[in-house]
Design a protein around this ligand. Structure first.
Ligand SMILES: Cc1cc2nc3c(=O)[nH]c(=O)nc-3n(C[C@H](O)[C@H](O)[C@H](O)COP(=O)(O)OP(=O)(O)OC[C@H]3O[C@@H](n4cnc5c(N)ncnc54)[C@H](O)[C@@H]3O)c2cc1C
Length: 336
C-alpha cells in the first residue's frame, strides 16, 4: 500500500511541474501525449480504485478525491481521460464472473491495460444500446455516444440492454473493426480527450468478457444521482483558477467557497450528490470568469490559460450531468 502523504505530495509536484506547464499545448493537440499516461501508470494512479492486494494505491475516498482534484488542476484533459478508467477497475474487482478478476484486475491496476467507458448508450432515448446472447458470446448493436479516450485506451467498458431488460457490462476491445466504427466529436474544450461516438453493428464480444448483468431499473436508480467523484474535476479547475488569482478579496472569497464545495462533495450521499455536483460546477464557472476578469483583455488570447480554463468550466457545466444536477445548476445560475 502506498504512503498517502507521499502520493499527495508527488501528485502536487506532477501537477505543477509536468501537467500545468503542458496544459495549453495539450489543449490544442489531437490527443494527450502518451508520456503523461505512462507517468500516471508509473506512479500507480491507474490503481487508484483497485484493492491494495491487486496493486492498488489503497487510498481512502477523500485521498482519492484529492488526487483527482490535484491532477485536474494540473491538466483537466489528462485527468479526464484517466478518470474514465476507474469504473471498469471497480466493476472488475467486484465481478462474480469466473476468472474475470484474475485475468483483468492486475493489468488494469498497473495501467498495462487502460480503459474507457461507454455507458451513455443506455440513455439514448428510444434506441438504447442492445445486446443479444449468441453461441460463445454476445452481439452488440447500436450507438454509444460520448466515449472519451479513443486511441488512448485499449478496453471499453460497454453497457447494453438485453431483450429481458437487463443491462450487460462487457469489456470490449477498443479498436476499429468492420463491426465497430467511431465518429470523432469536435469539442470546444478537452479536445485532446478524443471523445467519439461508437457505432456497433452486430459486434461480437466473447462470453468471458462479461463483467456483470443487472436489471435496468437497478442501474438507472444508481445512475440517477451522478458521480460525486466527477465533481472533483470541477473542484480542480476552480482550485487552479483561485491559485492564478492575485491575493485579494476575490481569491479569498472563492477559496472559502472552494473549501465548502469540496466538503459538500466529500460528505455527499446519493440524495445530496446532485446539489454538491451543481455547486462544484457553478463554482468552477465563477472562478474561471473571475480569473478572466482579473486578467483583462489578455484572457482572450489563445496562449493564455484563462481562456482555456473558462472553456473547460463550460464543459464542466454539462459533463456527466443527470436531470437532477442540471435542474439544480440552472436554479443556481439563474438566482439573483
Ligand atoms: C465531452 C464529453 C465526454 C463524455 N465522455 C463520456 C464517456 O467517456 N463515457 C460515457 O459513458 N459518457 C460520457 N459522457 C456523457 C456524460 O455522461 C453525459 O454528460 C451525461 O450522459 C449527460 O448527458 P446529457 O446532458 O445529454 O443528459 P441529460 O439531458 O441529463 O439526459 C439525457 C437523457 O438520458 C435520460 N437519463 C438521464 N439519466 C438517466 C437514468 N439514470 N436512467 C435513465 N435515463 C436517464 C434523460 O431523461 C434524457 O432523456 C461525456 C460527455 C461529454 C460532454
Amino acid at each position: 500500500m502506498a504512503d498517502s502523504g507521499q502520493v499527495a505530495a508527488r501528485a502536487r509536484a506532477i501537477a505543477d511541474e509536468v501537467l500545468f506547464p503542458a496544459a495549453l499545448g495539450v489543449d490544442g493537440a489531437d490527443r494527450v501525449p502518451a508520456a503523461q499516461f505512462d507517468l500516471f501508470a508509473a506512479e500507480g494512479y491507474y490503481g487508484m480504485a483497485a484493492p491494495a492486494d491487486a496493486g492498488g494505491l489503497g487510498l481512502s475516498w477523500p485521498q482519492a478525491a484529492a488526487l483527482v482534484e490535484t491532477l485536474a488542476d494540473g491538466c483537466l484533459t489528462t485527468a479526464f481521460v484517466w478518470l474514465q478508467h476507474h469504473s471498469p477497475v471497480r466493476a472488475v474487482a467486484d465481478s462474480a464472473q469466473p476468472g474475470l478478476r484474475d485475468r483483468w484486475l492486475t493489468p488494469l491496476a498497473r495501467g498495462e491495460r487502460r480503459a474507457g467507458i461507454a455507458l451513455a448508450g443506455l440513455r439514448v432515448p428510444d434506441a438504447p444500446m442492445r445486446v443479444t446472447p449468441v453461441d460463445g458470446g454476445y452481439l452488440l448493436e447500436g450507438r454509444a455516444p460520448w466515449v472519451t479516450g479513443w486511441g488512448m485506451i485499449d478496453t471499453l467498458y460497454t453497457a447494453a440492454l438485453d431483450a429481458s431488460g437487463d443491462v450487460h457490462f462487457l469489456l470490449v476491445d477498443a479498436a476499429p473493426a468492420p463491426t465497430l466504427r467511431t465518429r470523432p466529436l469536435e469539442l470546444v474544450a478537452v479536445r485532446a480527450s478524443a471523445t467519439v461516438d461508437v457505432h456497433f453493428d452486430r459486434h461480437f464480444v466473447p462470453a468471458d468478457r462479461l463483467v456483470d448483468r443487472v436489471p435496468y431499473t437497478d442501474w438507472s436508480r444508481s445512475d440517477s444521482s451522478g458521480s460525486a467523484m466527477n465533481g472533483f474535476l470541477a473542484i480542480g479547475v476552480a482550485a487552479r483558477c483561485v491559485r492564478l488569482l492575485p491575493p485579494g478579496p476575490a481569491a479569498e472569497t472563492l477559496s472559502a467557497q472552494l473549501d465548502a464545495a469540496r466538503a459538500g462533495l466529500l460528505g455527499a450521499d446519493s440524495a445530496s450528490t446532485p446539489a454538491a455536483r451543481a455547486d462544484a460546477s457553478a463554482l468552477a464557472a465563477r472562478a474561471a470568469a473571475a480569473l478572466a476578469v482579473q486578467t483583462g483583455a489578455r484572457a482572450v488570447l489563445l496562449d493564455h490559460d484563462a481562456q482555456r480554463l473558462a472553456r473547460e468550466a463550460v464543459f464542466l457545466l454539462v459533463f456527466g450531468n443527470r436531470p437532477a444536477i442540471r435542474d439544480d445548476l440552472l436554479d443556481r445560475l439563474t438566482r439573483t
